[in-house]
Write a protein that binds this ligand. Structure first.
Ligand code: THU
Length: 534
């Protein structure tokens, strides 16, 4: 993989409301002690081996981690003053919001309502926080009689307009929503204006023609940056709406978590070059807000199975990020969102295995990392990339670095120089630095036997003595004198030297003339003893 090559794909999957424990300022949000994962992980229907393997339980403070997670993991702090999906996704996308989106516990102020009445030519009823079904029961008849619009809100940043489809045709209701959307900007920039049509006889029923009109993000996002640079930006689920429809090349709305993952799995089978950004909202909408612990646990287990299928199909240049936008602890009396850390699980062929990035300063680090992966400038977006730490050195090799076959050939050439009067076993090695430079080595024997140095160590010590410290790969070619070359694995001492200078995912290119295969250092030296232990 080359960081600047084409055909790279990043998949971000947002498990809506999947927090991993209270943020330090949770008390200011009345969320002390909230922990969404903590609330569901003990349920008998919770079974998430895939996320466990990626490192979910190895995240600081989560507890119960495994010894060798496959992914890089962290928990992310929310900097923005909000705990809703819009603010959370915007932060993932690179926008830090110093102010929460406005809410209206007393209803909307007269200047908003009067302007809305003036532009629609209709009076307003209700204008306060209300349950959607209660509001049409209590005000529906008056609406049908007078044609006045039912305007209500909730604990969220929403301006909702309910109208009977026979009194206000749906298209007209949508036009009123657009009017409201234009009025509700600046300090009254609510997250969403929502059309809530209903039908039938009192007490009436709501129809499926609900429609959301979201606020456009106030600044550039990861989506805008990528789309602007010519990449595909594909939305799955409500991502498109959360970003006000801006910055996408394609979008699919989904019916459920399962459907959202099905769509994501289909997109995984396609060739595209860019970002697939998925939101799975059932965790929040169906289970978190309803304090349904069992439902939440089951939904995670179902997702985990679909995630296993996703991992199987990943391509070498794919990155997967599983994260969340806020918490919604189903075990607390509150049915509202909770102010929590969110998990960040990163996986891919070149992602460091078992790397703990600990606690990151903001969700926007996801944006910065994705942009860095595509080599796109940050522009106005916030966040600090963790790409350098999280990917192995092999991921950053320059375009013109030798490929595995070429590196093996260089090892074969180096083998020509082997000095082996005693064993007649000849080995050559070609060591590739992260910057793409090659150092070769051969084995050098000695009449006293023990001073003998292997080919791999010759190459390493040449490189290290020239100041090299970051290594991507080594190819090894060996065999008895007269033999062309056969499979030759490094000896234990050489493996230990590799463990000194390389990460667990340092790549060994082993094989013969016909075929070479890549091995990770962690595969051939499991449970290694390194400087980390000292
Ligand atoms: N040898 C290497 O050069 N590399 C290895 O990893 C295995 C062994 C050399 C050392 C010695 O000169 C000969 O092979 C026989 O052990």
């Amino acid at each position: 993989m080359r960081v600047d090559s084409m055909k790279k794909r990043v998949f971000i999957i947002v498990l809506d409301s999947f927090g991993v424990g209270e943020l330090p300022d949770a008390a200011e949000w009345n969320d002390e002690g909230s922990n969404t994962l903590g609330a569901v992980r003990g349920h008998e229907d919770f079974f998430c081996p895939t996320m466990t393997k990626l490192g979910l339980f190895n995240i600081d403070g989560v507890g119960g981690g495994i010894r060798k997670p496959m992914g890089t993991f962290a928990k992310l702090s929310e900097v923005s003053k909000g705990k809703d999906s819009t603010i959370g996704h915007w932060e993932l996308g690179g926008i830090l919001s110093p102010e929460p989106l406005p809410t209206y516990p007393e209803g909307f102020p007269p200047e908003i309502i009067e302007e809305f009445e003036r532009q629609t030519g209709r009076k307003v009823l209700a204008n306060k926080p209300y349950s959607g079904t209660d509001v049409i029961r209590d005000f529906g008849r008056e609406h049908v009689k007078t044609g006045a619009l039912i305007v209500y809100t909730s604990a969220d940043s929403v301006f909702q307009i309910a109208a009977h489809e026979d009194v206000v045709p749906v298209e007209e209701l949508y036009r009123y929503c657009e009017i409201a959307r234009k009025i509700l900007v600046g300090k009254h920039g609510v997250a969403r204006v929502i059309a809530r049509p209903f039908t039938g006889e009192w007490p009436y029923t709501r129809t499926a023609n609900r429609h959301d009109f979201s606020l456009e993000p106030p600044q550039e996002t990861v989506n805008d940056r990528l789309k602007g640079a010519g990449y595909d930006v594909i939305s799955v689920g409500k991502i498109y709406d959360l970003f006000g429809g801006r910055g996408f090349t394609e979008f699919t709305r989904t019916k459920s978590n399962v459907n959202g993952m099905e769509v994501t799995l289909e997109i995984e089978d396609r060739d595209f070059n860019g970002l697939c950004f998925t939101n799975l909202v059932d965790f929040d909408m169906t289970y978190g807000h309803r304090n349904d612990i069992a439902g939440y646990a089951k939904a995670l287990s179902v997702f985990d199975r679909q995630l296993a299928v996703f991992l199987e199909k990943m391509r070498p240049d794919d990155l997967l990020i599983v994260t969340a936008d806020h918490g919604c602890d189903p075990a607390t009396p509150s049915t509202d969102h909770s102010r929590e850390y969110v998990p960040m699980l990163l996986y891919g062929k070149h992602v460091r295995q078992g790397l703990n990035l600990h606690t990151r300063g903001c969700f926007a680090d996801v944006c910065a990392t994705v942009l860095a992966y595509f080599g796109v400038e940050k522009g106005e977006t916030a966040g600090t990339s963790f790409l350098q730490e999280a990917l192995s050195a092999a991921a950053f090799l320059p375009e013109d670095a030798p490929d595995d076959r070429t590196l093996y050939r260089l090892a074969l050439e180096a083998r020509e120089k082997a000095y082996t009067p005693y064993s007649h076993y000849r080995v050559g090695a070609a060591l590739l630095t992260a910057e793409g430079r090659v150092y070769t080595g051969c084995n050098i024997e000695n009449a006293a036997y023990t001073p003998t140095v292997c080919a791999e160590r010759t190459a390493f010590f040449k490189a290290v003595s020239e100041g090299e410290r970051r290594f991507a790969k080594i190819a090894i070619a060996g065999g008895r004198e007269g033999e062309i070359s056969s499979f030759c694995a490094p000896c234990g001492v050489c493996r230990q030297v590799m463990a000194e200078f390389c990460d667990e995912d340092f790549i060994l290119v082993l094989g013969g003339l016909d075929e070479v295969r890549e091995y990770r250092l962690s595969e051939i030296l499991p449970e290694m003893f390194t400087k980390k232990e000292l």
